[in-house]
Design a protein around this ligand. Sequence first.
Ligand SMILES: [Zn+2]
Length: 72
Amino acid sequence: MKLFLDFDPCKECDSFIEDLTTEESLRADDFFRNEKSAQFMRHLTYNHPEVIQAITAEVKSQERKPEFDLYK
Ligand SMILES: [Zn+2]
């Protein structure tokens, strides 16, 4: 699932995004990446609630899309 978010990242966001997209981090193990992602989500939750709302809305709209019907 891809999400396109339109918001103004603060300095902390920038550093999270940077951390998550460095060569080093892309090669890092899942534990490190999950930790970082979790920290980023926590930061978004507390500092950018509008982003969380946008994600929630997007997830809901993707859930509503009719799925391919295998039985037809
Ligand atoms: Zn931020």
